[in-house]
Design a protein around this ligand. Sequence first.
Ligand SMILES: [Zn+2]
Length: 203
Amino acid sequence: MFESQPGNDPVSRRLTRRAFLFTSIAAAAGVGLLTIRRPHRAFAEDATSHPGEPVVIVLFSDDGKRLRKITMPKLARSADEWQKQLSPSAYNIARLADTEVAYSGSLWNQHKRGLYRCICCDTALFSSDTKFESGTGWPSFWAPIARENVVEQRDTSLGMVRTAVSCKLCDAHLGHLFNDGPHPTGLRYCMNSASLRFVPHSA
Ligand SMILES: [Zn+2]
């Protein structure tokens, strides 16, 4: 009687083992997909650790003129408030540190003169003066418009050691920083279009 039970003969045992292996691989792959889908959630939450603390940023006019340094309380909003303000993709990228698919954003091929502001808080982040064609499918710059306006932070997600770049005022995730950029800095700020709002110069 026991021998007639399914799963107790050698073939069934092999099938059961294969099913177990397949399930294990699928589960591992599922975990991997989830990890890729939400790679930096913990990092993003860590970055918003001090809402309300004073931060110094540099103000710029829409035509790219440096105005003055100001001290402001670090901007903090709830997840619900950010979701109401942002598109779903901007929320996933700027607030949850997701990464847009290469060549899918609106700004990688933008070559007009202008200013790139934070999609969340309008802080000036980059200028067309430092934008270059990196061939990566993401908008790339060799410097921020002001070092005071961005935060660079070690990011060990996805099994890699990278430098994540975020907005100083609101902690929006912007992208990552690499050391293979052009002259004069040798840096490549590899940004997500969804984290930026382009303001073309009027003249
Ligand atoms: Zn911001």
